[in-house]
Write a protein that binds this ligand. Structure first.
Ligand SMILES: NC(=O)c1ccc[n+]([C@@H]2O[C@H](COP(=O)([O-])OP(=O)(O)OC[C@H]3O[C@@H](n4cnc5c(N)ncnc54)[C@H](OP(=O)(O)O)[C@@H]3O)[C@@H](O)[C@H]2O)c1
Length: 311
């Protein structure tokens, strides 16, 4: 970790992996209620925490608040300290900086907390200037409602604008959460990852399993269900050589799964992956991606085999 990272955001750099909570309550993409229920989700949460995965990423939009609500329940049941991150979605009627703190109060109520560890703007708005919402983040921080603040899906320019606003209040930008995995390495190619690392901003890698594709369980005979099908069916065949390589690397490492190799690769790139998990088995497997490292040679092979998927 670079020495000059402000003390107030160092905790994020000490976290190796997190748990993503998008599927907790989401029916549109993840089919919540079909194949997994609240008890499955809770056992996934508990096994994560038991295995040292104590960072959970949710958002007010996930399941229309259901994800935050479930997390709040789990936090009450399980006394282990958990680092909680949530997000503000730029809904069309949220046009002022005050809408950010208002939304955070509602999130805190669902979570049953007085403060979150990380509050993030989920997406830049096409209508509202970056500065408006980031002023709202600064207010949330100054009111003590958020220990640290971050953004998500911001490009280099938008991220710089956020930094400029926060620096007026001496608040560091803690994180930028973006899509990153072996099938989408845009942030390596467009310089965002390098910029974050230069500035000590934690790069949080979302969909680090490419929404399940990088577990190796989906193929031409077993396509991912629902909306994921449209997104990934065209490349499912082409990624099989990469999946074979990941399988063989996992075997060389004494029996790591394809998912664990995918997540460890993100960690080796100095990012913080937040895989989603619907149940005990998935969460337990994902928690097993920490405590070991791919070798430099294995990383180079994975880089070479995955390069073609990011234009
Ligand atoms: N900021 C943003 O705009 C944004 C966008 C997307 C995601 N995120 C965050 O990133 C988190 C993770 O991303 P994601 O949920 O899109 O995708 P992901 O982590 O790449 O994939 C999660 C899905 O893969 C399958 N899976 C997970 N672990 C598995 C295992 N060990 N074995 C087999 N299957 C497994 C499960 O779905 P199936 O069992 O149905 O295959 C699970 O729901 C989200 O929960 C959210 O917190 C943020």
């Amino acid at each position: 970790m670079p020495a000059d990272i402000p003390e107030s955001i160092r905790f994020l750099h000490e976290i190796e992996i997190g748990l993503g909570a998008w599927s907790w309550g989401d029916r549109v993409v993840w089919n919540y209620g079909k194949g997994y229920n609240d008890a499955d989700i809770e056992s996934g949460f508990n096994v994560s925490v038991e295995n040292g995965v104590c960072f959970v990423d949710t958002a007010d939009i996930y399941g229309n608040g259901r994800s935050e609500h479930l997390l709040g329940q789990f936090l009450k049941q399980n006394q282990t300290p958990v680092i909680v991150a949530t997000k503000f979605f730029p809904l069309p009627w949220r046009w002022s900086k005050a809408s950010v703190t208002r939304a955070l109060h509602n999130s805190l109520e669902r979570l049953g907390l007085e403060r979150v560890d990380l509050y993030q703007i989920h997406w830049p708005s096409p209508l509202i200037p970056v500065e408006t919402y980031v002023e709202g983040l600064a207010s949330a921080h100054r009111l003590g409602l958020a220990r640290a603040v971050g953004v998500s899906n911001y490009n280099k320019n938008q991220m710089q604008r956020a930094i400029t606003v926060l620096s007026k209040y001496d608040i560091p930008l803690a994180s930028n959460q973006v899509e990153y995995h072996l099938l989408n390495r845009s942030i390596e190619k467009n310089g965002l990852l390098a910029r974050c690392q230069e500035l000590g901003i934690r790069l949080i890698a979302y969909s680090p399993l490419a929404m399940g594709l990088l577990t190796g369980k989906y193929n031409s005979e077993n396509l991912p269900p629902g909306t994921r099908n449209g997104k990934y069916s065209s490349i499912i065949k082409e990624i099989q050589p990469l999946i074979h390589l990941m399988t063989s690397i996992g075997q060389d490492l004494g029996g790591k799964s394809v998912a664990q190799v995918a997540l460890n690769w993100c960690i080796c790139k100095n990012t913080l992956p937040i895989p989603g998990a619907k149940n005990f088995h998935q969460a337990e497997m994902n928690a097993g991606s920490i405590g070991w490292r791919l070798t430099g040679e294995q990383i180079s092979k994975l880089d070479a085999a995955s390069d073609q998927f990011t234009k």
